[in-house]
Design a protein around this ligand. Structure first.
Ligand code: ADP
Length: 620
């Protein structure tokens, strides 16, 4: 065998992650073993899956196993699997690079937080599990051979910024990872990872449910021991027999999340079809929840054989944050990814799971409202996508939604509770969309509604604009924006009578602002402010216009309607001075004021500024 050794640099993010591992003060170092066993188990799953279409990859007497071997003299620990293995290129890509989206941002937060909890999230969410070996080892050697290929590859690193790749002689398919453990100090809090009892305890604790035997072998021992793990698929066991700890570890295994789940839901369907599911709600939304590159979907098993790791078809998109496994007895083992979408069983499972999840969320909302609030903070934005896509469950979804509102400070409300608080004279459910709570709650559009004690919902998520378009009414009540159309507060007659007195002001303002405003009219919407801008009932809100423009990268503006408060001092004075020489500047200032007051940007800051200067100079 030639020993042509090539040296590579770790990619920048990988280097930073490694550095974190090497200098980690994270006390729970034993989890490195869980990570490596998890990778070994994934590799065996993949082999079994590929063998469905390439049976030659596995022979009949192949035992699919994971071996752990320790040598206390040499202080090495080796984890073997005879799984799918890696080609040379795969080793370089998988173990030298982290191209996963969000790693950089996460590293940044981590640096700011400096917490070991953050380290856990980092390793978990971004699949840097392999590198956790460097928490306990000062050198790691990996030898691997891809199933179906004849060449083996060796990877070596001390984690110092480079790794080497060379050809290796390897017996059979699969991967062996040898850790050269850091010096063992009796008094340090780290355990001796070459000790059989230590290993056996760690495996039991974290990896008991792994579906392949995990076998321990001491160096020079003649007979290997019996498997350390029970291998029983956790979702087939009755809930009463599984400990909370076991559920948590299983969750961590499948989700690659180091945090504990917020909820664990085992479901079981019996009758004509038989499926089981074990679902989890994470306690924190992953960073890639809204990235197109985010990987979601449940693990799909058919009679306990893993068929697919990320089966997105099993849940509607708005439930993509749910993790877990589904096991079905009805699907064929060789179900193909392309056919999944039309598969009758899959559709049926999706329906069933959706119902189960919504049931459980309703229960949580009823009996644990604090927890539900926490859930909503993490995943509400995703759940809100549902109402536009899932017509069948629209009403159930609406009852699960929480909204900020003018009612009770920070506490969000359901639509049902909103309706229960509606005033007798109130004819609609009112809302205002905008970029942030601060922007909407100070908007002049709210004034008259608030004065009457009418509650207004603050819709400040981007997805709310979509949601509200699919929600013309709720519980028989119209849903209406306070920034659209006429205010309809029962004062139309009064306004009509007042209007002639303002006709020259209205005319002048309409003329001066004609490139930006399509109509000027009196309004009952305002109490404290002189003017505001609204759109017609069927126009897009300024907030949505801004979002759309950001996407398109242009800044075109639809013309708005300017509403005047006939009782405001400024408007009363302007009415009497509609012919004033400064009316141009007054118009400019009034328009700019209205934009700023609702949280929008000035369209022409220069023009506005010049008007400010002229008016100041005149009046000072
Ligand atoms: P993750 O497992 O979360 O993807 P890791 O850093 O642990 O992240 O591993 C990176 C990749 O390296 C894996 O996705 C897999 O492709 C490959 N890999 C790691 N360990 C093994 C193994 N024992 N056998 C085959 N491939 C492996």
């Amino acid at each position: 065998m030639t020993t042509n050794i090539e040296t590579f640099q770790f990619q920048a993010e990988a280097r930073q992650v490694l550095e974190l591992m090497i200098h980690s003060l994270y006390t729970n170092k034993e989890i490195f073993l869980r990570e490596l066993i998890s990778n070994a188990s994934d590799a065996l799953d993949r082999l079994r899956f590929e063998a469905l279409s390439h049976p030659e990859l596995i022979s009949a007497d192949d035992k699919l196993e994971i071996w752990i071997e320790s040598d206390s003299m040499a202080r090495t620990l080796t984890i073997h699997d005879d799984g799918i293995g890696m080609s040379r290129d795969e080793v370089i890509a998988n173990i030298g690079t982290i191209a996963k989206s969000g790693t950089r941002e996460l590293l940044q937060t981590l640096r700011e937080k400096q917490s070991s909890e953050g380290l856990g999230t980092l390793i978990g969410q971004f699949g840097v599990g392999f590198y956790s070996a460097f928490m306990v080892a000062d050198r790691v050697t990996l030898v691997t051979r891809r199933a179906g290929e004849s060449d083996a590859t060796q990877w070596d690193s001390t984690g110092d910024g480079t790794f080497t790749i060379s050809a290796a002689a390897k017996f059979n398919r699969g991967t062996s990872i040898t850790l050269h453990l850091k010096k063992f100090e009796e008094d340090a809090e780290v355990e001796d990872f070459t000790d059989k009892w230590v290993i056996s305890r760690i495996v039991k604790r974290y990896s008991d449910f792994v579906a392949y035997p995990i076998i321990y072998k001491e160096k020079d021992a003649k007979e290997p021991d019996k498997p350390l793990n029970s291998m029983k698929p956790i979702w087939t066991r009755p809930r009463s027999e599984v400990t909370a700890e076991e559920y948590k570890e299983f969750y961590k295994h499948i989700s690659h999340d180091w945090n504990e789940p917020m909820e664990t839901w085992p479901f079981r369907a019996e009758g004509r079809s038989e499926y089981r599911a074990l679902l989890f709600i994470p306690s924190q939304a992953p960073l890639d929840l809204f990235y197109a590159t985010g990987k979601f979907g449940l693990h799909l098993y058919v009679r306990r054989v893993l068929i697919m790791e990320h089966c997105e078809e099993l849940l509607p998109g708005y439930l993509r944050f749910v993790r877990g496994v589904v096991d079905s007895a009805d699907l064929p083992l060789n179900v193909s990814r392309q056919r999944l979408q039309e598969d009758r069983h899959i559709t049926q499972i999706r329906k069933w799971l959706t119902k189960k999840i919504l049931d459980s969320l309703e229960d949580m909302m009823k009996s644990e409202s604090g927890k539900y609030g926490e859930f909503w903070k993490q995943f509400g934005r995703v759940l809100k996508e549902g109402v536009s896509f899932d017509f069948e469950n629209k009403d159930r979804l609406l009852s699960l939604y929480l909204f900020e509102s003018s009612y009770d400070g920070e506490k969000p409300t359901t639509l049902k509770d909103y309706v229960s608080r509606m005033k007798e004279t109130q004819s609609a459910i009112y809302y205002l969309t905008g970029p942030s709570r601060r922007a909407v709650e100070h908007s002049p559009h709210l004034e008259a509604f608030q004065e009457r004690g009418y509650e207004v919902l603050y819709l400040v998520d981007a997805v709310d604009e979509l949601l509200i378009q699919g929600l013309p009414e709720f519980d028989g009540k119209n849903v209406k924006s306070v920034g659209k159309g006429t205010a309809d507060l029962g004062e139309e007659k009064d306004l009509k009578e007042k209007t002639p007195g303002y006709s020259s002001l209205i005319e002048v303002l309409a003329k001066k602002l004609e490139d930006r405003v399509k109509e000027v009219r009196l309004s009952s919407r305002l109490t404290a402010s002189p003017a505001c801008l609204v759109v017609s009932d069927h126009d897009v809100s300024p907030n949505l216009e801004k979002l759309l423009n950001q996407m398109k990268g242009d800044g075109s503006k639809q013309k708005r309607i300017m509403e005047l408060n006939p009782n405001h001092e400024i408007i009363l004075k302007m009415r009497d001075r509609a012919e004033d020489a400064m009316i141009d500047d007054f118009a400019e200032l009034l328009f700019g004021y209205a934009l700023l007051a609702e949280g929008s940007d000035l369209q022409d800051p220069l023009k506005f500024n010049q008007a400010v200067m002229r008016v100041l100079a005149k009046t000072i």
